[in-house]
Structures are given as structure tokens and as C-alpha cells.
Design a protein around this ligand. Sequence first.
Ligand SMILES: NC(=O)c1ccc[n+]([C@@H]2O[C@H](COP(=O)([O-])OP(=O)(O)OC[C@H]3O[C@@H](n4cnc5c(N)ncnc54)[C@H](O)[C@@H]3O)[C@@H](O)[C@H]2O)c1
Length: 356
Amino acid sequence: MINSTLIGAAIIGCGWAGQRHAAALASQGVSLRWAVDVDLARAQSIAEAYPPCRVATSHAQTLDDAGVDVVSLCLPHYLHAPVGIAALDAGKHVLVEKPLAGDLDEADAMITAAQRADKILMVAENVRFDPLYLRIQALLAEGVIGRPALIQMIRECYLQRSFLEDRPWFLNEHQAAGGIMMSGGIHDFETMRLLLGEIEQVQALRAPQRFLEMEGDDTSVALVRFAGADGRPGAVATLVESFLMKNLVTASGPEVHTLRIDGELGSIEVRDGRTIHLFSERADLLPGGELREHILYVPEQDTFTVLIAHLLACMADGSEPITSGRRQRRALEAVCAAYRSMAEGGAPVTLSAPSS
Ligand SMILES: NC(=O)c1ccc[n+]([C@@H]2O[C@H](COP(=O)([O-])OP(=O)(O)OC[C@H]3O[C@@H](n4cnc5c(N)ncnc54)[C@H](O)[C@@H]3O)[C@@H](O)[C@H]2O)c1
């Protein structure tokens, strides 16, 4: 572990994500100097857990503190860019929750501010650190299902009243920068990029709204085409993001994420978030010539701790985080393309050519 006892951090936004960032930073030996929230009780609950952390109701005071090296932004989406740029301009490294920003102009302003300040801008995109997805990435690279042709992801959620009461900003389309395609879809676009590479084109449609108190989409669907290679067309994907999917699991709170990838030699399925079911026609995976179900269980890991360890390593050696703002702009571009397509009745939207 990096010796991080001399690193000071501020948590800005002390709700669900702020609590997780605080625990993960503290577990890595970082000193929490400030817990900031407009809701003082939320700031206090973090400050009391990690003394001698102090509380504030505005981020301004914490940015003047020379002992703060890095700020964790766990704020409503519309605040990521203005507070992130203020922190970078004050010479702090910034770890920002997903999405990087509310739109691409804001994202570019943040990336420019990080370059100007020569500080790290990293997105807390935890799917990139999830051992389940890293294992599937390795299996695909080993060619166990050959060249993938189709990927299907479904984010099954049922919108809890308590979720909205805890997060009134999520009802407001501007403050949330959209709805479930932004908040959940950004994870899934990033997972697909990790597994299948660059996205070329997105089409999307919004379903009839069930939760009228929410302005953004509560259910939407995207159709995705990946970039081809070696003169062959790229794979295609479907992405379903929904707060309407009621069953005994989702109605009690947890989300269910299912993933299925089909390739020329076999298929990978994940139905419970942790177990990979692999069916392959590759000779070494077909003992006796019989099709087998290969079951690979991947234990859960606290991805917030892993990503903060990565941030500290990047701060120590000056390397670019794997989820830097510059790299995560691509996932935001895919979500923005989905919203543009929804506004244009499902028309295909082509993404810009990827930079290196
Ligand atoms: N990576 C993940 O798995 C994951 C999961 C949940 C949320 N998130 C992300 O974390 C971020 C926060 O989401 P959340 O679920 O924790 O929301 P939340 O509502 O629980 O927390 C946000 C906090 O920000 C505070 N706040 C609002 N305006 C403020 C301001 N001007 N200054 C200081 N504090 C202010 C609110 O009072 C609230 O306590 C979002 O970007 C969200 O997408 C990520």
C-alpha cells in the first residue's frame, strides 16, 4: 500500500456515495480533513466517524485549506463541473463520481481545467475495477467464445419512494442531467467499452413514463454498434435501463444487473452479478466433445477501495488513471448520443472518432 498518511482529502457531498468514498479513503490511510454538505447532519455523520474531520456547508472553505490534496465529489450531477473546476483551479486533485459531467461541454471544461492545473481528474467509475468484469474481459481476450457478436445488458430496478426522498435532485432533469440512461446507463456503456471496445453508433428510445414525479427517463433502451476490425463489422448490443422492473428482489431495493455475450464459439451469461456461466465450443472447453456449463464464481470486492488505491498510486507516480476524465468522456459521449437519439425519435447517432 502507498504511504498515504500525509494525504489530506475533503468529501464534498455526504450522501450515499460520499459515505462510501469516506470509508474507502480512510481504509487507505488518507486523512479526512473536511466533510461538506448543504445538509449539515449528513456532513456531521461522516465527520464524527473519521475524526478529526471538520464539517462545512460550502466547498469554498475546504479549497482554501492547503492540507487538502484531493477532493471527492459525490454531488448531484449538475454540480460536478462547477465544483470540480473550482477544486482543480485551487490546485487539488479531483475524484468525481460518475458521470464525469452533465454534458460534453462541461466535461471538456473540466478536462481543460485539469490540464491547466496539472492535476488528476479521475472518475469514480467502479465497473472498471470490478473483478467480475475484469474476469470476463480476460476470458474474451483468451478467445473462449471467439469473436463476440452480441451483448445484452439489463439494469433491473424498481424505483423506491425512499430513493427519491433521499435524492430530490434526481427528480429534476437538469440537476440529474437526464434519468436512468445517465445514472445507470453510463456504467453499462462503460462496461461494454471495457468488454468490446469502442462504440461507433447509438440509437435509443424512451418508454412511456411510469413515475411522473421524475422528469428524466425512468425506462429507456439503447441499440449500440461497436467499431469493426480487420474489415469485419463490429458487434451489436442492447441496453435496457429501467426503474419499472418489479420482482421480489428489486421491490425490496437491490438492483439486478444481467449480462449476456454471444460469440462465434460460445456464450457468457451473468444473472446474479457474481457468477459467470460459460458455454464454449472451443475444443479444450468441450471435454469428450460434450457441451458443458463452466461456472466461474467471482467474489465481490469493495470497488471504491480498489479505485481509491489506484488514485493514490497515480498521485504518487504521476500516471494517468484508467478512468481519467479524458478517458471517461467517451462513456458520457455514448450516453449523450442516446439522449440525442431519443429526442430524434430513435435516429442513429454516430460518435466522434476516438482519440488515442
Ligand atoms: N458509483 C456508484 O455506484 C454510484 C452509486 C450511487 C451514486 N453515485 C453517484 O454519486 C453521486 C451522488 O449520488 P448519491 O446517490 O450519493 O446522492 P445523494 O443525494 O445521496 O448525495 C448527494 C449529496 O450532495 C449534497 N449536496 C447537494 N448540493 C450540494 C452543494 N452545493 N454542496 C455540498 N453538498 C451538496 C446533498 O445534500 C446530498 O447529501 C452522483 O454522481 C451519483 O451518480 C455513484
